[in-house]
Design a binder for this molecule. Structure first.
Ligand SMILES: Nc1ncnc2c1ncn2[C@@H]1O[C@H](COP(=O)(O)OP(=O)(O)O)[C@@H](O)[C@H]1O
Ligand SMILES: [Mg+2]
Length: 364
């Protein structure tokens, strides 16, 4: 795959452009934001300056032309991504690439094969639980199609930009939070195409001033399509946690999620079973609405760890709707303790093991 990428770079490099009166090329001028190759498809995004869009449209056509007829590539797509600055007239040599995430020790994907299984609810409570264990934590809402972290934490402030031009994450409950939901209005229908999603995620990873983090929890978009696969491949994940409800149908999707991460060599930290059981608030009787221990069984079958179950509880839904996660409202509740126990397992299985006594230490 990297050979195809190299070939793409070589071909694009052959496009000569004129910058401030000197001859240069598209690659050296860092006009290409991203090149992603997955499943014999390539996605190329070009940094475009809105005020000079015609020029960039011509450049896009030139790039498409040089990318024709590459063996082992079924299709490609070139998109223009908008940036405030003007790459054609500025020296971009100090543009940070992965620098912003050098300071993050562990990036953990929280994923599910499908939506509505409690992925976002689990992500935010897991982030808070890891924070409670003494670590520096951030959460990145990568669910570009349905960002729900702003609602779950009751925030809709627009993030500020630092003097260095980095986006400052929203800080709440002592964790750093970034979501596309902070940047676009809830009613704006967004039609995201694959490369744009990757570009937006890259921006939220690299152009956000995350500071030093022990853990960045990434609430992934639901599903296992090309976008999710590319994201799993592009974002330097240290591991993935899969959320599933216990019923067979959800487990089929969870399995697809597991396979997707395995395919791109991201280690599976384990499976969490959400809505595992319902305890009646009146008579305390336990009901297995979605079946019993399905995720635990599937974890065994897939030879991955079962991290624990979270019951279906009215208080979880109520606190989520109220914009204050249960771990923050009721840290002593039994479900909060379940999140803490899961968080401890996640920490134990990651690189930051044993760091909680000295959370500000940077592990190199
Ligand atoms: N364990 C739970 N108990 C009660 N309600 C839950 C639980 N987990 C999630 N929910 C509720 O289910 C809905 C979907 O959860 P959400 O986290 O948004 O799912 P996803 O991110 O997978 O789409 C939300 O209304 C949420 O409050
Ligand atoms: Mg969600």
């Amino acid at each position: 795959m990297s050979q195809i990428r190299d070939l793409i770079i070589d071909r694009i490099k052959s496009i000569i452009i004129n910058v401030d009166g000197c001859k240069s090329n598209v690659i050296d001028e860092k006009l290409v934001d991203d090149i992603v190759v997955a499943n014999r498809k390539a996605f190329i995004s070009i940094r475009a300056d809105k005020s000079n869009i015609e020029k960039y449209k011509q450049l896009k056509i030139k790039v498409e032309k040089v990318l024709e007829n590459i063996d082992d590539l079924d299709s490609f797509s070139v998109t223009l991504t908008s940036h405030e600055d003007n790459p054609l007239s500025k020296n971009q040599s100090n543009k940070s690439t992965k620098k912003g995430i050098d300071s993050i020790s562990n990036i953990i994907a929280v994923a599910s094969g499908k939506g509505g299984v409690g992925k976002s609810t689990t992500s935010i409570n897991l982030a808070l639980a890891i924070k409670n264990l003494g670590y520096n934590v951030g959460i990145l809402d990568a669910d570009i199609y349905g960002p729900s972290i702003p609602k779950l934490v009751g925030e809709n402030k627009k993030p500020k930009v630092s003097n260095q031009g980095k986006i400052l994450p929203i800080i709440k409950y002592n964790i750093s939070i970034m979501s596309i939901g902070f940047l676009i209005s809830e009613d704006t229908p967004m039609i995201w195409r694959g490369p744009m999603v990757i570009s937006a995620i890259n921006q939220m990873l690299n152009d956000v001033d995350w500071g030093v983090l022990d853990f960045l929890i990434v609430d992934m978009p639901p599903g296992t399509g090309d976008v999710q696969l590319t994201m799993a491949q592009k974002v330097p994940m240290s591991g993935a946690v899969i959320i599933s409800t216990p019923q067979d149908l959800a487990l089929i999707d969870a399995k697809k999620g597991l396979e997707m991460f395995k395919k791109v060599n991201v280690p599976i930290i384990g499976i969490i079973e959400n809505m595992s059981t319902f305890i009646c608030p009146h008579c305390k009787e336990e009901t297995y609405i979605f079946g019993k221990e399905g995720a635990e069984f599937e974890a065994k079958r897939q030879n991955v760890d079962f991290l624990g179950g979270i019951p279906l509880e009215v208080a979880i839904r109520e606190t989520s709707d109220a914009g204050e996660p249960i771990l923050s409202c009721y840290p002593e509740a039994s479900v909060s303790k379940s999140f803490l126990s899961i968080a401890q397992k996640v920490v134990n299985k990651s690189d930051a093991k044993g760091k909680s006594n000295n959370p500000n230490l940077i592990i190199q």
